[in-house]
Structures are given as structure tokens and as C-alpha cells.
Design a protein around this ligand. Structure first.
Ligand code: BG6
Length: 499
């Protein structure tokens, strides 16, 4: 059963984090687990084992994590709850390529099964650098850790980046599949764990008022924007090789597009939903050759001022190649070639060091017929805006008659804000995803074919960029992006919606 269909309780288990001293563990995983503990969402037997190369004791590991949780936890830290949670965290020092380290881990896990009652259930989290994935997987296999005891389970969570192109993703998929079956493999795309991304399906399939209009007959075009003021944040080595297309479009943005464009699934189980998302990816018209120039803009930020702070040009950031041609921004025009979306252009833009922080999907409805009110050109198009973050919610923009002795119209909005309606902060994406992996629900994780289809689309573009020495536009940090992206959307007769 899917958690979208109803809450499932996670089973007792040990979570082994490979690369436990890294940024992700400190910023996301442990704060998420702590918040789950506070909300009594984890079974009391749950244990965390950090596996990493540096020498340290359980006590030191716990105190380092405490400092991070104090910094990143969404609901502060309560000393009692922390102490309770900390007692379930352990540190296991080993090189990633040392068989003895894995054998010792197996013993330690058995001890925890006895001491804490984790019942032989194991969740392995690959959060080390992707160059370590193969070594870790091979050792999980050789040490027998991949095989759960009778009546228990062993699962693996794979962090992004999931490959750097189709070939490397296929290789990684084949390797993972040699060790864990697809049903035990959880590929993270943290956007799927965001409450607002999950709500796209509820909005569409639990409200007949919207789904009736959700097609080319009523929708004129769709925009998806992910705008970040952040820069590369100490991840220069990864980002300079990746760029915005691989870092954001291949995964998060295509996933949002799938949720907005897919057909109703036959059920709420993981495969039914993922089947529909794969169909969208397969329907995406490939962009290659000369179309790349017409439909895509790639750009990089120059020095500028972001939210009141001077920031250097991308090429002057620490550890970035001073001649780097990596894109920190990309804007695309896409087409979903199926019956529902024939003739409806999709536009997508994503960038770093932009003025505003915001991820949104906007559905722009067709104009009403040019008679009555619209004849005077008074009306604004109806737009349904899904705010993924921040200020999570949904707004419908409409036209209303100005009160009084006039027939003039005024744009108005119907608004839903999570914070005011539900009066509580949304859980962090990683809270939901960790809980789901412990519960055996893969609905919010990417399936093998989804990842590979997304790479096919991105690879065509990247190949065309490489073959033609693609143009790179520039934009000052702290702006909305390059003017070339405005030209792109204008060529199709539209304007970007302000976020
Ligand atoms: C990550 C990317 O996957 O998503 C980052 O690697 C990006 O470059 C981040 O900043 C954005 O996530 P969020 O949840 O802050 O929108």
C-alpha cells in the first residue's frame, strides 16, 4: 500500500549511513530523524549507525550531530528529546574498501538487534560520493549484509547524483540491481518528498473542478520556475562538472513536470504512479540539433548583489575553474507530445544566485472569448499558481467586477496558504522520505526507468551543446536571469510570470 493512500508505521530497523560525516547527514538526515523522534513517528527500537572513515567515538559523533541539529532542525531542540534520540546513534569507523569494516558492521548490527530490538531490518543509505557507490555495494554483497535474515528486510537508499548521463546511470542501475532488487531500491529525489509536490496529485485528482480543465483545450501554456539566491555553497567540485541541467532539470524539475502533466494513475501505489510519470517522460519531445538554440538558453552568473550582499562571479568562486563554461541557469521550452498536451508549450527555468527564492508551477488558462468583458481588453488571464516553496500554497488568479457604477474589471485572487490553513510547518522532505523507506513505500522515490528516461532527454541537449560549442549567456547575480531567457519566451508569445 502507498503512504499516499494512508499512513503506514515504519518498522524497527537500523539505518546505516555511508558517508556519515558529510554535509547531507548534518544538514538534512539527522535533523529530519530528530524531528521524527520528537513527533513520535519513529519506533523506539530505531537505530542509526554512521559509517565513515574518520576516527571518532560515538560520543564525539553525537555531539557534532547535536550542533548541526541545533542549527538546522525546523523546530529547535529540546534537551530531553535530543538525549533520547542521541542514545540511538552510533559511529562505525571504516574505510569504504575494507572488507573487515563491513564484517565488523555486520556484528555490530547483530548486537543492536539484540540490545535494541531492530529485528534484523537494515536500511543502507549511500550518502558518500558517487565514486564510492560501487565499492560500498560490492562490499555489502561480499559481506552478506545485503541479505536480510528470514522475516527481515534489507533496503538501499541511493542519493543523487544518480549518474551523470544515461550510460553512467544505466551502469549504476545495473550495479545496484545486482545487489538489491528494484523493490528494495529507493532513489532519492527530495522534491518528491516536499509536501507541496505531493499535493499536486491531490489538487488534480481530488478536485473535479480542476482536472476537467487540465488539458490543451483550456490551458494555454505552463511555466515551471525554480529560482535560488544560493550559489554553489562549497560544492564547487561537484557543481562545476554538473551544471544546472544535470543538477536540477534532470531530476527535480522533470519530476515536477511529470506530476503536473501525468494522466490519472490507476491507483495510488508506487508503480501505478511511476508508470504514469514515465509516460510523460517518454512523451517529451526530444530537443537536439538546431532546436537547442531555439528552445534553450544556458547562462552563468557574473558578480552582483544578492539580497543585499555582494557576491563574486561564478568563475571567481572558490575552486571553480576560472574559464568554466558550466551553466548556473537554464531556460527551456518543452513539448509533451500526447493527446492531453498537444500544442501546449511548457517553459522551465532554473538558476542559482537569482534575486528571489521560489519554486512554482503556473498554469495559464486560455483567454475568454473576445466578446463582453474581454472585448474591452480588461481581463487578465486566469492563472493557477502552485507554490512549491516558500509560502507553500495555491493561488487562482481571476477577474472580478469593480464595485459600483462601472463594468470595469479588477484582478483578484483566491488563496490557499498551508501555514494559515493547517497552522503547522510542513515536514521537511527528508522526514517523509526516510519514513517511507522504513515503511517499504517507494511511491516518492524515482524508479529505474524514470531516471533513465530523464537522462535520455537531457543527454540529447548536452550532446548538442557539446557538438556546437553552445553559447553561454551571462546575468548579473541578484537579477531574475539573463535577458536571453526573456527573449526565448517572447519568441513564443509569452512573458515569464514574476515569482
Ligand atoms: C539539490 C541541488 O538537489 O537541490 C542543489 O543539488 C539545489 O544545487 C537543491 O540547491 C535545491 O533544493 P531545495 O529543497 O532547497 O529547493
Amino acid at each position: 500500500m502507498s503512504v499516499l493512500a494512508g499512513r503506514i508505521s515504519p518498522e524497527p530497523c537500523s539505518l546505516v549511513i555511508f558517508g556519515a560525516t558529510g554535509d547531507l547527514t548534518h544538514r538534512k538526515l539527522i535533523p529530519a530523524l530528530y524531528n521524527l523522534t520528537v513527533e513520535n513517528a519513529l519506533p523506539p527500537e530505531f537505530s542509526v549507525i554512521g559509517f565513515a572513515r574518520r576516527e571518532k567515538s560515538d560520543v564525539i559523533f553525537r555531539s557534532e550531530l547535536e550542533a548541526s541539529v541545533r542549527k538546522y532542525s525546523r523546530q529547535g531542540v529540546n534537551d530531553g528529546s535530543w538525549a533520547e534520540f542521541a542514545s540511538s546513534i552510533f559511529y562505525h569507523r571504516s574505510e569504504f574498501d575494507n572488507e573487515a569494516g563491513y564484517l565488523a558492521l555486520a556484528e555490530r548490527l547483530k548486537d543492536l538487534d539484540h540490545e535494541r530490538g531492530t529485528r534484523g531490518n537494515r536500511l543502507f543509505y549511500l550518502s558518500a560520493g558517487p565514486d564510492q557507490f560501487e565499492t560500498i555495494l560490492r562490499h555489502l554483497e561480499a559481506s552478506g549484509l545485503k541479505k536480510a535474515a528470514e522475516g527481515s528486510w534489507a533496503r538501499v537508499i541511493v542519493e543523487k547524483p544518480f549518474g551523470t548521463d544515461l550510460a553512467s546511470a544505466q551502469k549504476l542501475n545495473a550495479l545496484v540491481e545486482e545487489v538489491f532488487p528494484e523493490s528494495a531500491t529507493y532513489r532519492i529525489d527530495h522534491y518528491l518528498g516536499k509536501e507541496t509536490a505531493q499535493n499536486i496529485m491531490a489538487l488534480r485528482f481530488a478536485n473535479s473542478v480542476f482536472e476537467q480543465l487540465w488539458n490543451s483545450r483550456y490551458i494555454d501554456h505552463i511555466q515551471i520556475t525554480a529560482s535560488e539566491p544560493l550559489g554553489v555553497e562549497g560544492r564547487a567540485g561537484y557543481y562545476d562538472k554538473s551544471g544546472a541541467m544535470r543538477d536540477m532539470v534532470q531530476n527535480h524539475l522533470l519530476q515536477l513536470l511529470c506530476l503536473a502533466a501525468m494522466e490519472p494513475p490507476v491507483g495510488l501505489d508506487a508503480d501505478a504512479i511511476r508508470d504514469e510519470k514515465v509516460k510523460v517522460l517518454k512523451s517529451l519531445r526530444r530537443i537536439g540539433g538546431d532546436d537547442v538554440k531555439r528552445q534553450i538558453v544556458r547562462a552563468q552568473y557574473n558578480a552582483g548583489t544578492v539580497q543585499g550582499r555582494r557576491v563574486p562571479a561564478y568563475r571567481d568562486e572558490k575552486d571553480i575553474d576560472p574559464d568554466s563554461g558550466t551553466e548556473t541557469y537554464v531556460a527551456l521550452q518543452l513539448n509533451v507530445d500526447n493527446w492531453r498536451w498537444a500544442g501546449v508549450p511548457f517553459f522551465m527555468r532554473v538558476g542559482k544566485r537569482l534575486a528571489k527564492s521560489g519554486t512554482q508551477i503556473s498554469l495559464h488558462f486560455r483567454e475568454s472569448p473576445p466578446v463582453l468583458f474581454n472585448a474591452a481588453g480588461d481581463t487578465k488571464d486566469n492563472v493557477l499558481v502552485i507554490r512549491i516553496q516558500p509560502d507553500e500554497g495555491i493561488t487562482l488568479h481571476m477577474n472580478a467586477k469593480l464595485p459600483g457604477n462601472t463594468s470595469h474589471l479588477h484582478p483578484v485572487r483566491m488563496d490557499f496558504h498551508y501555514h494559515t490553513t493547517f497552522e503547522r510547518a510542513n515536514p521537511e522532505a527528508y522526514e517523509r522520505l526516510l519514513l517511507d523507506a522504513m515503511s517499504g513505500d517507494a511511491t516518492l522515490f524515482a524508479r529505474r526507468d524514470e531516471v533513465e528516461e530523464a537522462w535520455k532527454f537531457v543527454d540529447d541537449i548536452r550532446e548538442a551543446w557539446e557538438a556546437n560549442d553552445a553559447d553561454l549567456a551571462f546575468y548579473p547575480a541578484g537579477t531574475a536571469g539573463p535577458s536571453e531567457a526573456d527573449d526565448l519566451i517572447r519568441r513564443f508569445g509569452f512573458e515569464w510570470r514574476d515569482i
